[in-house]
Write a protein that binds this ligand. Structure first.
Ligand code: SAM
Length: 452
């Protein structure tokens, strides 16, 4: 029987040129993620993009999504290097989508060692399936074939991806060029997964780091032994240090002031503190609640603005893990430099100073006289760390920095101001560590009343 949907006449030439339907693929999903993160209109981080993912990504099954994300993140870690390989072969800049397709293909071939044949065919096939871009398939084929002939050693010898100027310039000023180069090289390596173990728990197989965190190989986290029992939680080794700076918190009332998703809340609760976990974000506190439920740990949860919330009585200790640029986590979030800009920084540093003032002003009622506050940020910028601490000490003469010794902490991670600075280029033989600044600040008991 004749198909009534088909006309009897022969297909018109335009119909023969119709783009082939390409099934969803992790490569296609990865390019769609790159398009979204790198779009100057979006300015969105990968987690933000994933809240309303592009269709080419959303169509993938869970394994495809995981592979697409991994490919996109690896490409973001090597974007400058991919461009350096491509630029001699490009006569003019291709449209952003084609450029991202080329970048992904170069990273797959030269960094991951994928066979050129499959990568080039897949890139060309993806364009043939796109009516607007199919005319570029020939160019992409030629460029990628030439890129695949890049002499051995060229890729490895390319300099690491540079940080954007708004981050690089203040970092060069603070650390010097050599250190910033080492940090950029560390960013390329990505990051291992670290676990914080509940006291007395052995944890899954892994390497115990000098400061006590357990570094595990990149397995599926929820499949590791002890996950369901809540024996441990994922937390970078640097992120595990600030709560330890409060010392023995057993029995103390501790306020975790910017708490979600709760890594530090769980540490404090596991150490026996009576924790109040406060955060502005309901969705992030829902994750904290899930984390507490899995680990069986307890904390009072408060959804509020730390700038205005008032407790019934001041706390013995406060942990202020302030919102920041998160530039210390670029190893695992290489999308961050593309999503954030210098403009965001001024608002963040102003908020950090206001939060510090709130904690360190006795009459604000958060911290009792004689109590200790730990201020920390997962930032590589002194403006969010060392400078912030110095300015707070100047504004609050009744407060002193209290140097802390932590087991396994290398001496040269301590700063002259009594704080601790970690950097991604530290522990190179162990696989690095996130960038953090942290300092313990004590409100002088005798002077607090006068200062309040
Ligand atoms: C660096 S994250 C905290 C990470 C958390 N301490 C942990 O270890 O899992 C910063 C948090 O500050 C929260 N935040 C930002 N501004 C806030 C405010 N004014 N009051 C309370 N929380 C705020 C954000 O919602 C975010 O969850």
């Amino acid at each position: 029987m004749a198909d009534s949907r088909k006309p009897d006449s022969k297909p018109a030439p335009a119909r023969r040129a119709k783009a082939a339907v390409i099934p969803p693929s992790p490569r296609g999903g990865a390019v769609a993620l790159l398009d979204a993160v790198l779009s100057p209109d979006t300015g969105a981080s990968l987690p933000e993009v994933l809240t309303a993912p592009p269709a080419a990504f959303a169509a993938l099954d869970p394994a495809g999504c995981a592979r697409a994300q991994r490919l996109a993140l690896t490409t973001l870690r090597h974007l400058d290097r991919a461009d350096a390989i491509l630029s001699p072969h490009l006569r003019k800049a291709p449209p952003p989508h084609v450029k991202n397709l080329l970048r992904l293909a170069v990273v797959e071939m030269l960094h991951e060692g994928a066979a050129a044949y499959g990568v080039v065919n897949s890139a060309v096939g993806a364009l043939r399936g796109d009516r607007r871009l199919q005319a570029m398939a020939g160019m992409v084929n030629a460029v990628l074939r030439r890129a695949s002939e890049t002499p051995d050693g060229t890729w490895a010898a390319l300099p690491p991806q540079r940080l954007p100027q708004w981050l690089r310039q203040p970092m060069v000023h603070h650390y010097g060029r050599a250190v910033v180069g080492a940090i950029e090289a560390a960013h390329m390596e990505g990051a291992a997964t670290d676990l914080t173990l509940r006291p007395g728990v052995a944890g899954p197989d892994g390497v115990t780091l000098p400061t006590g965190s357990l570094r595990v190989a990149g397995a599926q986290i929820s499949a590791l032994p002890g996950y369901d029992a809540g024996d441990w939680w994922v937390q970078d080794a640097a992120s595990a240090l600030p709560a330890r700076m409060l010392g023995d918190v057993a029995g103390l009332r501790v306020l975790d002031l910017c708490a979600a998703p709760g890594g530090k809340t769980m540490q404090l609760a596991a150490a026996g503190a009576q924790v109040t976990a406060l955060d502005l974000s309901g969705p992030r506190l829902a994750r904290l609640r899930d984390n507490l439920a899995r680990t069986g740990l307890e904390a009072e949860i408060v959804t509020a603005d730390a700038l205005h919330w008032l407790p019934d009585a001041p706390f013995d200790a406060v942990l202020l893990d302030a919102p920041c640029s998160a530039s210390g986590t670029i190893r695992r979030h290489p999308d961050l430099p593309f999503a954030k800009a210098a403009g965001d920084l001024a608002a963040l540093t102003a908020l950090q100073a206001r939060l510090l003032d709130r904690v360190l002003t006795p009459s604000a009622g958060l911290l009792r006289p004689g109590g200790v506050a730990v201020y920390c940020t997962c930032s590589l910028l002194a403006a969010e760390g060392e400078d912030q601490a110095r300015a707070a000490l100047d504004r609050h003469p009744h407060v002193v920095a209290q140097p802390v010794t932590l087991p396994g902490l290398p001496e040269d991670w301590r700063t002259a101001d009594g704080g601790i600075r970690t950097r991604p280029d530290y522990w190179p033989e162990l696989g690095g560590i996130d960038g953090f600044y942290m300092v313990a600040l004590r409100i002088g008991a005798e002077t607090a009343a006068a200062a309040g």
